[in-house]
Write a protein that binds this ligand. Structure first.
Ligand SMILES: NC(=O)c1ccc[n+]([C@@H]2O[C@H](COP(=O)([O-])OP(=O)(O)OC[C@H]3O[C@@H](n4cnc5c(N)ncnc54)[C@H](O)[C@@H]3O)[C@@H](O)[C@H]2O)c1
Length: 260
């Protein structure tokens, strides 16, 4: 997909990776960039890129339906829906139910609500593109955060399922799976599970570059850190060896000590 003249929606567009995507899509000549975020700062990004802000809580299905209906009413079509908003959470199985449910709602159900809302019009047209921001944690794991590792795996499973089920009817899907990216999310995790990701962290603009390339090639996996493909291959080739390696990495980074 080329972005020129396309109508694009980006959730979590007020900050970080989402904001970089909005800026880059506008620079690529998108006809409309709709910046959807729970934060009012979406308006600043929209005015910067000549787009439209629609305040949206992606975990509240009526908000997502309103976002899609308003965009379809105003622009007639949604070419690309980037379901990008996500949240991190520290901790293992002992993390609170509140943290587990928030991670589930933002990192998984928001993608379900988005797909439910956009797919009917896309299927009727016989074309449409979903970009799901997942994470390398969806292919590998997230040291220090069980809720993040689990919900990002679920998000990847949903992306696969959608393209397997609807790919023959013109629906394209890409799953964006970076490791560390220098955004507020990574900065918040600096002293927890995210610390060891800082060395190889990319700027959000570098991720946006890779997204534009990945969309042009219509690749399912978009890997801004190409080494993730090799880690994923090793995991699939010898799971036990991969698990031993991850335990060593966990011990060396001390991100989550076993409960005493
Ligand atoms: N930063 C990283 O290291 C990294 C790595 C891999 C994947 N990701 C993923 O990238 C995506 C974007 O993260 P980021 O790093 O830009 O984080 P960020 O915290 O900078 O931005 C996330 C945005 O999502 C919005 N958001 C959160 N909950 C929302 C909700 N309920 N409704 C609407 N908007 C909501 C926030 O307001 C914020 O603007 C997430 O899915 C994240 O899991 C991030």
């Amino acid at each position: 997909m080329q972005l020129r003249n396309k109508v694009v929606v980006v959730t979590g567009g007020a900050n970080g990776i989402g904001r970089a995507l909005c800026r880059r899509f506008a620079a690529e000549g998108a006809r409309a960039v709709i910046v959807a975020d729970i934060q009012a700062a979406a308006a600043q990004v929209a005015s910067e890129v000549g787009g439209v802000a629609i305040q949206t809580n992606v975990t509240h299905e009526p908000d997502v339906i309103r976002l899609v209906e308003k965009t379809l009413n105003d622009f007639g079509v949604i070419d690309l829906f980037c379901s990008n908003a996500g949240v991190g959470a520290q901790g293992g199985v002992e993390a609170s139910d509140q943290d587990w449910l928030k991670s589930w709602n933002v990192n998984v159900m928001a993608h379900v609500y988005a797909a439910r809302a956009v797919l009917p019009a896309m299927l009727a047209r016989g074309e449409g593109y979903l970009l799901q921001t997942v994470s390398a944690a969806g292919l590998l794991t997230q040291l220090g955060s069980a809720p993040y590792a689990v919900t990002k795996h679920a998000a990847l499973a949903l992306a696969e399922w959608i393209v397997i089920t609807h790919g023959d009817r013109g629906i394209k899907v890409s799953a964006l799976c970076p490791q560390g990216v220098r955004t507020d999310m990574l900065r918040r995790a600096e002293f927890g599970g995210g610390a060891f990701l800082l060395d190889t962290a990319l700027e959000p603009e570098q991720v946006a570059d890779e997204v534009v390339k990945g969309l042009a090639q219509e690749r399912f996996l978009i890997l801004p850190h190409p080494e993730v493909a090799e880690y994923f291959r090793r995991k699939a080739t010898d799971y036990d060896r991969w698990l031993r390696g991850m335990r060593k990495l966990q011990a060396s980074t001390q991100v989550l000590k076993a409960p005493a």
